[in-house]
Write a protein that binds this ligand. Sequence first.
Ligand code: MN
Length: 748
Amino acid sequence: MAESELEKKEIFDPDAQFDQLLEKIRSGGHGMDLGRIRAAYEMAKTAHAGQKRMDGTPYVTHCIAAADISVDMGLDEESIIAALLHDVIEDTSLTHEDIARQFGTAVADIVEGVTKLTRVQYTSKEDEQMENLRKMLMAMAKDIRVILIKIADRLHNMRTMNYQTAEKQRAKSLETMEIYAPIAHRLGMQRAKWELEDLSLQYLDPAGYREITRTLEEKMPVLEAFMSSMKEKIQKRMDENGINATVTCRIKHVYSIYRKMYAQKLDITGIFDLCAFRVIVDTIPDCYNVLGIIHDMFKPVPGRFKDYISTPKPNMYQSVHTTVIGSEGIPFEVQIRTWDMHHTAEYGIAAHWKYKMRDGGQALRSGDEDKFAWVRRLLESQQESDAQDFFHNLKIDMFADEVFVFSPKGDVINLPAGATPIDFAYSIHSDVGNHMVGAKVNGRIVTYDYVLQNGDIVEIRTSRSAPGPSRDWLNVAKSGSARTKIKQWYKKERREENIIRGRSMLEDELKHNGLTLDEAMAEEIVAPLLKRLSYGCVDDLLAAIGYGGVTVTRVANRLRDEVRSANAEKRSVLDKVSEAAERRENQASKKEKEGKAVHGILVAGLDNCLVKFSRCCTPVPGDDIIGFITRGQGVSIHRRDCSNYLQRLRDPENEGRWIHVSWAKEITDSYVTTLTITSKDRPALIMDIATVLNALNAKVRNLSSRQTGAGLALTVVTLEVKNAGELKYIMSRLSGVAGVSSVLRNGS
Ligand code: MN
C-alpha cells in the first residue's frame, strides 16, 4: 500500500510530468517556443497551488495532461499554452487580462472560451434539444481550438473519473455521451470519440460494459491467434504484389459492440466481427488494388462494401470498407485507406489543421480563425446524411446568424443573432411578450435592448397588469416574428390610439409634400387609394398607418400623386422626375458628386431617394448600370447588360422612366450577387467549390447544388463582394474547378 502510494507520487510529480511533456514537444520538432510553454506551466502551477484533484494529486497534473492530449492531437503552441491554463479563470483568481498580458489575447480568448463551455448547465434532453445544445457549444466556441481543448479536458477527466462520486460519474458520462462524443464525431476525431464513448459506457451501464470486456478477455487467446495469422497472411500477399502496405488489427471498441448488440438484440456471442483489420497504403490506386486482393483472398459478404473514398463522409472520413469471411468462417471487416486518410480519420479536423501548420507557418494568424469558423459551420450544417442530401442541404451560413440561449428550465432557444429579451419573450409565446414587465439574464436585470449572447440564461418577468408592448419594441426586436406579434397586438388592442397616431403621422408627412390633411382626405382623392390598398374606410387606413401595417410615406406619396393629377397637371409626376433628371444629367457631373449616395449609388438629380438593387442581375460596383423609376418603390438599379433592361428598354410605356445613375467614388458596402455554375455532376464537387471560395475569403451567403440530369449539376452561389473586379477574380477561379464548364452571373 505504502509502496503504491509512493509510486503514484513519483508518477504524478508535476515537474517530472511536465518535463516529459516538454521532451515530447521538442522531439515533435514543430519549433515551438518551449520557454513560453514553460512559463504557462509555471503560471498554472502557481495559480492552482494547494488545489488537489479527487485522487489527491496536485491539480496542475490535470492541466499538464490536457496539454499532453492537445500535443497528441497536433495542436499549435497557443493551444498548448491555453490547455495548460484552461482552468485558471474558472478555478483561480487569475483573469483574462492576466493571461493576455503574458501570453497575448489569442491565448486568453481561448481560455475564456473553454471556461464558458465549462459553465454551461447541462441536463439530458430530447434529441432535438440536444442538437441545439451541441450547436450552441460550437457557436460559443468561436475558435475551433476551444472545442478541441475542451475535448482534451473532458478526455482526461473521463480517464480519471473513478475517484468521483457515483452521481457525478453518471452525470459527466451522460454529458460526454450526448454532447462531447457526438461533437468529436462531427469533427471527425474518431480516436477521441471512441475513447469518450467507452469511458462513458463504463459508468452508464457498468454491467453491460463488464459483460463485453469479460467476454472479449475470454476470447482473447482465440482472437489474438486469429488476428495474427490473418495479419500475416494479408501482409504476405501485399508484399508479393509489391504494395507498400502497413497491416494492423484491433478489437473493435466496446461501445460499438454494445450498440450492435442493442440494435440487433443479440448477445455478444452472436456478434462475430469483433475485430477490424486496417491496410494503410501510399496512394488511392493502391487502395483499390488492395481491395481486389482482399476479395480474391476471402469471400466478401454481400452488401457490406462501402466506398468512402469516392464519397467521403460529411466529417471528411475516407476509406474503403469491406467485410469478408475468413477461412475459419469468421467474418471480419477490412478498412483500406492512405496515410493521409488515416490521419484525418484519427484526428479529424485537428489533422486538417496540422496541414495548415505545415503549409502556412507556425501559428494561426487571426485571419485564419475566420476560415475555421467557416469549416465549423460547414461541418455543422451536415447531418449524418448521404452525400446526395448533403448537396441539397448545404448552407454555409448555417449559424453565423443565430444565437442559442437557455430558458430558466434549461430549454435551448434558438434566435437570430442580435436578438433581445423581447425576441426571447415572444418566441416563448405572444402572451409572455405582451405581458412582459422585465427581463433577467444570468440572474441580473437587463434592459430590453440587451443583446443576447450564446449560453445566456434568460428569464422573463410577466404581470397580468402589464401595459403591453411599447412602440419602441418594434425597433428593438430583431426577429420578424416578434415584430409581427407586437404589430398584431397594436392592431387589435389599440385601434383608437392607432387612428389618432396614424392621423397625426399622415398630417406631418403630407405637410412635407405641401398638402393638408383636409385636401388629401377629400372623397375623390382618398377613395381610389382605399380601394387600391383594400381598406374599408379612412379609419382603417389611419389605424394601419398607426400600427405600422402600411408606411406613411407610401400613403402620403400616393395621396400627393392623386392630388396632383386631380389638379389637372398635364404631365405625370414621373415625367417630371425624369425630365429633371435628364436636365441635370446634361449639366456638369460636379453636381452629381455633391449628391448624396444611397447604398453607394448616385441618382442623377435626386438626393436620398429609395434605391434598390434589382434581383434579376444583382449589380456590383464597377458594373455599367442604369436606374429604373419604379411605381412607389424608388429607383431600381440594373446592369446595362441585364436582359430585363434590354427587353424593357424598347417598351414605349417605360419611356422616360430610365434614369442615369452611377457608383459613388468611395464605397464601403458589400454587395450581394449571384453566380450560376454549370458543371459535371461528380462527388466532392461542392467541397471543391467551397474550398476555392474559402481560400479566396469570399463571403458566401448561400450555396446550393442540384442535378439537372444528363450527368450535369447546377450550383448557385450567392455571395457578397466589394466590386466587379473581385467578382471577376472569383469567377475565374471557380472556372478552374475540375468539371466546371461555365460560371455565369445571373441576369445576363
Ligand atoms: Mn479541466
